[in-house]
Design a protein around this ligand. Sequence first.
Ligand SMILES: [Zn+2]
Length: 64
Amino acid sequence: MIRLDCTQISVVIVCETCGIWHAFAFDKLEAWERAAAHEERAHPHLTQARDALSTYRKRARHAV
Ligand SMILES: [Zn+2]
């Protein structure tokens, strides 16, 4: 399970499955891209971050 902590200037990505992995991004799309890349590498049996990324991309496309 990966969650995002959004602040006003950045997004902190925390992987609760590892308990240790975390990363920073400047927006939510970048955050989910990094989370999905981590998930694919470290937790290939999970799809939560990749699902969230595809949902976010679809939503972002509709919003434009
Ligand atoms: Zn992890």
